[in-house]
Write a protein that binds this ligand. Structure first.
Ligand code: SAM
Length: 278
């Protein structure tokens, strides 16, 4: 095996989702650095992997980083795993990957399950552009501010959410994005009670409120981007666009606003044409 750090994705529920390459790497490295050693043992035992395991998370002391770097500097290799899915995706590893790279050693991805991508792939929402938000702030004020910032951006947004907060979160999203915005609840993906349900934010809130089972387990929420027909451009952006279009050709005004908001130039241009027709 080439010396370096192997960032290994592990199953998000179904143990059969570990790739054969991941198994070979986990068997071949000198050390497996795991977010939670006891949690990872279940997977390792299932695959009869006897490699020594050490704890690593982003708050680990320098000794843990030094031990991993030392192993790699001596020509060895280390695998990084988190409790589930792809390390570094709302999981530890960022500090370690940088430390290993900064020491001049190689970092190899061993790709596999990721709850965000699995949920997106089966969501039925647009996949051409998406934004991974991970966990929203737990305090309502900070959460609502963040949702407000996301309300007009056009890409599908992917959130991780704790089960005890999912209903409150869906209601907050309905308030920020409008109750009709399309969304998907992806729960217990790859597990026995997998649920993937698409509907408006208002419908999903009713669905979750009516069935307490939907407030259990692991959850990804996906929300469609603001529609391309211009109806969801905020009043501030609409005012700016109108003002610029008084001074500039419509295409230039649309391009300037697109540069500053992340909205699509065509969406803004079409909006200007629609206003002209009106
Ligand atoms: N690194 C992981 C990944 O690649 O998806 C994510 C780790 S993050 C700490 C854990 C969150 O991911 C959960 O709270 C949940 O929002 C989401 N998640 C993980 N497994 C899931 C599953 N099987 N179904 C739905 N969501 C899942």
């Amino acid at each position: 095996m080439d010396s370096g750090l192997y960032v290994v994705a592990t199953p998000i529920g179904n143990l059969g989702d570990l790739s054969s390459r991941a198994v070979a790497v986990l068997r071949g490295v000198e050390i497996i650095a795991a977010e939670d050693t006891r949690h990872s043992q279940r997977l390792l035992q299932h695959y009869a992997i006897a490699t020594p395991v050490m704890a690593y998370h982003d708050h680990s002391d320098q000794k843990a980083v030094d031990k991993i770097r030392g192993c790699i500097a001596g020509g060895g290799s280390v695998a990084l795993v988190s409790d589930a899915g792809t390390p570094l995706i709302s999981d530890p590893g960022y500090r370690l990957v940088r430390a290993v790279q900064d020491a001049g050693a190689a970092v190899y991805p061993i790709p596999g399950p990721c709850a965000a991508i699995a949920a997106l792939s089966a969501s039925g929402l647009a996949t051409d552009r998406f934004l991974f938000e991970g966990f929203l702030p737990s305090r309502a004020g900070a959460r609502d501010n963040r949702l407000g910032e996301l309300a007009t951006q056009p890409a599908t947004v992917i959130f991780y959410e704790a089960p005890h907060r999912v209903l409150e979160c869906l209601r907050a999203m309905a308030a920020a994005f409008g109750p009709d915005r399309e969304a998907v609840l992806a729960r217990e993906v790859t597990k026995t009670f997998e649920t993937i349900r698409r509907g408006s934010l208002a419908e999903l809130a009713v669905f979750v409120a009516a069935d307490s089972n939907q407030q259990k387990g692991e959850i990804v929420l996906l929300v469609a981007g603001a529609r391309d027909d211009g109806r969801e451009v905020s009043p501030e952006i609409a005012a700016l666009l109108r003002r610029l279009a008084q001074e500039l050709p419509a295409k230039t005004a649309a391009a300037v606003v697109a540069d500053h908001t992340g909205l699509r130039k065509k969406q803004l241009y079409d909006l200007l044409l629609a206003w002209k027709d009106e």
